[in-house]
Write a protein that binds this ligand. Structure first.
Ligand SMILES: Cc1cc2nc3c(=O)[nH]c(=O)nc-3n(C[C@H](O)[C@H](O)[C@H](O)COP(=O)(O)OP(=O)(O)OC[C@H]3O[C@@H](n4cnc5c(N)ncnc54)[C@H](O)[C@@H]3O)c2cc1C
Ligand code: FES
Length: 257
């Protein structure tokens, strides 16, 4: 495990925090968009297992994590202050595939991993930028990092379930409308219900669809089988080493709860 010092940990939107951890540059330079870290939230026993978080962005020698409070680990994380030290493992998982002519579909905290992709694709060297970002949340209070996302000059189309900002309805409605006009690859991250819908839409318009999956993680290194993703024809993959990004057509989405 490595150690990093917290440089900020601030509220960003409703139940969503932005954490900055100072990390030596020689470790940071290994990080790629789509990968994640397992963060040990405190030195006490509870929560014992480090929690996984996508790399949201990197600036100088600071890694940014965008996280939502859902349980005891993330609640404890939100209480940590500048100067405290965190232990983490990573980078883990495979980077995003190198796509061209694609759009992003993000639901809720699913936006977290795309900040680093936007940063890394700005020079079009290793990664290409998306053509449009579709980003949905339940209400405008739950939208995070909008001004950061808009910095890259890529259209950011917003939806909220209650219509408090942008299109009223699900982000997948906007994505379907887009694919109807211009079919192209989709890279999606968000709740399982959203991912299932994106997969259906991708199939309907015959476009390559990549889903960034989530499961519970334990070891994070391929040993414990704690992160199995069911694939078609009875096969399976480990999210921690084969993922977290998978081609939708390979996943047995019907067996995901
Ligand atoms: C590869 C990966 C990257 C992730 N990146 C981010 C990120 O960038 N930002 C972010 O906010 N979250 C991210 N998550 C989810 C995050 O890890 C969990 O929300 C966190 O571990 C919850 O810890 P907790 O102790 O607060 O909640 P717990 O007390 O452990 O659980 C609270 C509730 O959340 C549910 N839950 C917890 N973890 C998961 C999970 N992995 N899948 C489905 N339901 C779950 C539990 O069933 C329970 O209902 C990621 C998960 C994975 C696997
Ligand atoms: S978390 Fe242990 S094998 Fe993936």
């Amino acid at each position: 495990m490595y150690e990093g010092k917290i440089v900020f940990n601030k509220k960003e939107a409703k139940n969503i925090y932005l954490l900055g951890i100072e990390i030596p540059k020689n470790i940071l330079k290994k990080f790629q968009p789509g990968q994640f870290l397992k963060i040990k939230i405190n030195q006490r026993m509870d929560p014992l297992i480090p929690r996984p978080f996508t790399i949201h962005a990197i600036e100088e020698n600071i890694v940014y994590i965008l996280y939502q409070i859902v349980g005891k680990g993330t609640k404890s994380l939100s209480k940590l202050r500048k100067g405290e030290v965190l232990e983490f493992l990573g980078p883990l998982g495979k980077p995003f595939p190198k796509l061209k002519n694609y759009i992003i579909c993000a639901g809720g905290i699913g936006i977290a991993g795309f900040g680093f992709l936007l940063q890394k694709s700005a020079n079009k060297r290793n990664f290409y930028p998306p053509e449009t970002i579709f980003y949905g949340a339940r209400t405008k209070e739950e939208l995070a990092r909008l001004s950061f996302l808009k910095r890259f000059g890529i259209p950011v189309k917003i939806s909220t379930d209650d219509g408090s900002k942008g299109y009223r309805g699900f982000v997948t409605d906007m994505v379907e409308e887009e694919l109807k006009q211009t079919p192209r690859t989709v890279l999606a991250c968000g709740p399982k219900s959203m991912l299932k819908r994106v997969a259906e839409i991708g199939k309907k318009y015959k476009v390559k669809t990549y889903l960034v999956m989530e499961t519970f993680l334990a070891c994070g290194t391929g040993f414990c089988m704690g992160c199995v993703i069911p694939l078609k024809r009875g096969k399976y993959a480990h999210l921690c080493i084969d993922g977290p990004t998978f081609l939708a057509e390979e996943i047995a989405l019907e067996s995901l709860s």
